[in-house]
Write a protein that binds this ligand. Structure first.
Ligand code: ATP
Ligand code: SF4
Ligand code: MG
Length: 321
């Protein structure tokens, strides 16, 4: 993705700039986490990747290169080919993404049919093979279940099966574990890693929860108000963050602490202030109103990305001025 800009038309005129010049790269078989608070543009990024933006959303600049082909300029035939077999998406809420009255085996088979597999028998065999990759046992029961007969974690596995059915190069997962308990979350993350190792699929894993990422993602990209604040190897971004926003965000991860004289509740730190309006074009650094390290030039100059380590970039004037 190079310099991608996405805007939503507003009722009554004007636009929200949901993404402003976002660049990112994902290698084959890599797990890239996109971390950001609500409204930072994470779902917009996922939808834009496959040109699935709603009617009032528009890509206003930049390019999305998938193995050399630009998705932004692709015609309908090219898009249909890419969706599912080049890139696929796992949505946040599995119970909304699955059809309630079609058995899950058939729903996964629909992806294969859309990509040209005509024989029902062949589709059935292939769906069972795919289910065996994402479930340990019970394949026949899952195949013939309706979504409401499965748990949230099982439903999410069905969506993952659907996403990998045509062996895409890249799967984008938009907060895929947000509605699951922490044990099931860990199981789903382990499944992503095993699929990456076995099939070489790359993942863009979207989340607002940094606690999920250590030991899971290869790299982390921090998004703030539609711009990349920081991107780098997971260990560096999580344990030596350089951007003032990443530092503030990571301080907000809840910690359970015990004082010697019994349990004492500590206040949860927050990033003071609120994200900027996406309707106003900012002249300088978008984080400036909330930044505790702001400098005189910050409201007037937009920071460019600066290298602070091997493969570690930060968009802050402390590093690029
Ligand atoms: N259909 C839409 N019309 C207008 N504005 C939209 C639309 N969808 C999203 N936006 C705006 O674009 C910005 C980015 O939204 P997006 O859904 O990408 O955020 P997000 O990071 O996925 O948030 P969350 O963590 O809450 O899912 C927000 O300010 C949002 O209000
Ligand atoms: S550019 Fe300035 S305001 Fe923005 S994050 Fe860096 S120090 Fe803070
Ligand atoms: Mg979202």
């Amino acid at each position: 993705m190079r310099d991608l800009c996405v805007a939503y038309g507003r009722r009554g005129g004007g636009v929200w700039r949901a993404l402003s010049g976002v660049s990112l790269g994902v290698d084959a078989g890599e797990i890239l986490a996109v971390l950001g608070e609500s409204g930072s543009g994470k779902s917009t990024l996922a939808a834009a990747l496959l040109r699935l933006l709603p009617a009032n959303g528009r890509i206003t600049g930049g390019e999305i290169l998938l193995e050399g082909a630009d998705v932004v300029r692709m015609d309908a035939v090219g898009l249909r080919r890419v969706r599912g077999s080049g890139v696929s998406i796992v949505f946040q809420e599995p119970s909304l993404a699955l059809h309630p009255t079609i058995r899950v085996g058939e729903q996964i088979g629909e992806v294969l049919r859309a990509h040209g597999m005509r024989s029902k028998r062949e589709r059935g065999e292939r769906v069972r093979e795919i289910l065996a990759k994402v479930f340990t046992g019970d394949v026949e029961r899952i195949f013939s279940s309706y979504p409401h007969e499965l748990s949230g974690g099982q439903q999410q596995r069905v969506l993952i099966a659907q996403a990998i059915a045509c062996e895409p190069a890249l799967v984008v997962a938009d907060e895929p574990t947000a509605s699951l308990d922490s044990t099931t979350q860990r199981e789903i993350l382990a499944l992503f890693r095993s699929l990456r190792d076995a099939l070489g699929i790359a993942f863009i894993f979207i989340t607002h929860n940094p606690a999920l990422l250590a030991g899971f993602a290869d790299r982390v990209l921090v998004l703030y108000a539609g711009k990349v604040a920081e991107v780098g190897p997971t260990r560096e971004v999580l344990f030596s963050p350089r951007h003032p926003y990443t530092q503030a965000l990571l301080k907000c991860v809840p910690q359970v602490e015990y004082a010697s004289a019994g349990r004492r509740k500590l206040p949860l730190p927050v990033v003071a202030g609120a994200p900027p309006s996406l309707a106003v074009l900012s002249q300088g650094c978008v984080f400036e109103p909330r930044c505790e390290e702001r400098m005189e030039m910050c409201p007037a100059r937009e920071p460019a990305a600066a290298m602070v380590g091997a493969d570690h970039e930060v968009s802050c004037l402390k590093f690029s001025a």
